[in-house]
Design a protein around this ligand. Structure first.
Ligand SMILES: Nc1ncnc2c1ncn2[C@@H]1O[C@H](COP(=O)(O)OP(=O)(O)OP(=O)(O)O)[C@@H](O)[C@H]1O
Ligand SMILES: [Mg+2]
Length: 499
């Protein structure tokens, strides 16, 4: 195996970790080799992030052994592990927004850098070494997610990291930004740095990982070179059963017009008009930033937009805010669920039931038992991994938190359901459950507007797609009879069209 290094940089042996009611890791053993990209995959709640947090010193293991770069690591802190050469880049990036790029990279080490001038000079060198041209004096708050990631990587390099952990780094990146990240990963690898790469996007795993570990229910199921896995094999090992298809058959739509949208105009959107039929899944395809999210936010009353008309079942409706949208029969899974959806200290059941029982009294017994009933039903339907519906939602793994938001809206069964990246961070098995629910909503006579950066998802689930480019609708297609190429061209603004 010429691409796969032989020297072991990290040994994890028999590591276990429990939280109240959950055995998150149960005797996990993995070796990571120098200069390799080591992919880790597994269902939501499999224990991936917990293992990484143990390595980086956020959590302490209950038992087992960790040897990093020849040193046995007992108790460690994030600070210590960073200095030892093990860096972790979280999805919720850890930078100080109000400080500059350079200051963030050398936070607390300005003296070592001989003051601010040295800090910025060295920070600039590090950024340049990964081909990044951000000015070191720019405030972090002004950066895009991908630029922030670059700063985190430069910071990791400033500690001469030998191992960099990336926990779902790609879920907020555009295609182009992802290409940048892949380039950097290759560069790091060439310098002998190892990367642990966690992702639910199997294409990425097959694209650039060397070795892959599959985890399930706190166990390691298998570790082997990527080339020895097939996609089916990997999925089967992840979910513990064979999945015949990644997508259910798309719903058969034949209904009447349910909603008509006429002329949404904002500084970003230009004359957006379309119809939505009963029983239909309508996909919006476009690049990140093309205006897809703005369209649905305008519809939902999340952004103040005036001047357009919305007719539901032929009757004009006024939607000035999300409450009016909900009353008009809309449901909305927003793109950024952490910020817009969950109340992290509240229980799983109260988060799930929040929208459906808002009319009941705030206190009292009935509300409590309703909450519990609703929570239990959705936890079961979406297979949310949690020891009980009473635990704070913040204790759940990333993907399971997302399922709670999906469950909240499923409970209301809105007639027009807007889903902006509904499967972001969700594992393959659970995605199928969400797709099946989408199909069910459509077959009950509801309609869905679907936005997703995963093109196969939109193309496999939608009855019809609209391509959006620079705030305009550039095409309308039947994804069953149109080539992907044609749709992509319209989404990239190259040609418009209908099919
Ligand atoms: N601080 C915590 N308190 C209680 N339970 C926790 C805590 N952190 C994680 N868990 C539990 O440990 C298990 C593993 O969670 P972890 O976050 O490691 O999963 P994951 O594999 O990263 O999943 P995802 O793909 O959804 O990110 C889950 O059942 C989760 O609920
Ligand atoms: Mg995780």
């Amino acid at each position: 195996m010429d691409t796969v290094g032989s020297e072991v940089i990290l040994t994890i042996k028999g590591v276990s970790k429990s939280f109240p009611g959950v055995r998150a890791l149960d005797g996990v053993s993995v070796d990571v080799r120098r200069g390799t990209v080591h992919g880790i995959v597994g269902e939501n709640g499999a224990g991936k992030s917990t293992l990484m947090k143990i390595l980086s010193g956020v959590y302490q293991k209950d038992s087992g052994k960790v040897v990093f770069d020849g040193q046995t690591i007992e108790h460690t802190t994030p600070q210590e592990s960073m200095h030892r050469g093990l860096a972790i880049i979280y999805q919720e990036l850890n930078l100080v927004n109000t400080m500059s790029v350079g200051e963030n990279i050398f936070l607390g080490r300005f003296k070592e850098m001989k003051g601010m001038r040295g800090t910025h000079a060295k920070a600039g060198e590090l950024l340049e070494s990964i081909g990044c041209k951000i000015s070191t004096s720019k405030l972090v708050s002004e950066l895009s997610v991908s630029e922030k990631q670059m700063v985190e990587i430069a910071k990791a390099l400033s500690f001469k990291s030998k191992l960099i952990i990336m926990d779902e780094p790609s879920s907020s990146l555009t295609g182009e930004e992802m290409c940048e990240l892949i380039k950097i990963i290759h560069q790091l690898k060439a310098q002998g740095i190892s990367i642990i790469y966690i992702s639910h996007k199997l294409d990425e795993i097959f694209d650039f990982c060397d070795i892959v570990t599959v985890m399930r229910d706190g166990h390691v199921i298998d570790t082997k070179p990527k080339v020895d896995f097939t996609r089916d094999d990997l999925i089967t090992k992840m979910v513990g059963r064979t999945i015949e298809n990644e997508y259910p058959e798309r719903p058969r739509c034949a209904g009447d017009t349910l909603m008509e949208v006429q002329s949404i105009n904002t500084h970003k959107l230009h004359d957006i008009s379309f119809t939505l039929r009963k029983g239909e899944i309508l996909g919006l395809v476009g690049l990140v930033g093309a205006g897809r999210t703005e369209i649905v936010r305008a519809l939902y009353g999340a952004d103040k937009v005036r001047g357009h008309r919305v007719l539901i079942k032929g009757k004009p409706v006024t939607i000035r805010n999300p409450k009016e949208a909900k009353d008009a029969g809309f449901g909305f899974i927003p793109e950024d669920r952490k910020l817009q959806g969950l109340v992290l200290p509240f229980s799983v059941e109260s988060n799930i039931s929040m929208a459906s029982i808002s009319n009941f009294s705030k206190f009292g017994f009935i509300r409590k038992s309703l909450e519990k009933g609703i929570g239990t039903r959705q936890v079961k339907a979406l297979n949310v991994k949690t020891p009980s519906t009473r635990v704070p939602v913040r204790n759940l793994s990333g993907g399971n938190q997302q399922k709670c938001i999906v469950g909240r809206w499923m409970e209301i069964s809105p007639s027009i359901f807007i889903m902006d990246e509904p499967t972001k961070g969700i594992d393959v098995g659970a995605k199928y459950e969400i797709y099946s629910l989408m199909k069910e909503i459509a077959e009950r006579g509801g309609a869905i507007i679907l936005i997703s950066s995963e093109l196969p998802e939109v193309l496999n689930m939608s009855n019809r797609v609209l391509t959006i480019f620079e705030g305009r609708i550039t095409g309308e297609f039947d994804p069953e009879s149109t080539s992907v190429d044609k749709i992509m061209k319209a989404a990239l603004g190259i040609v418009g069209g209908c099919a």
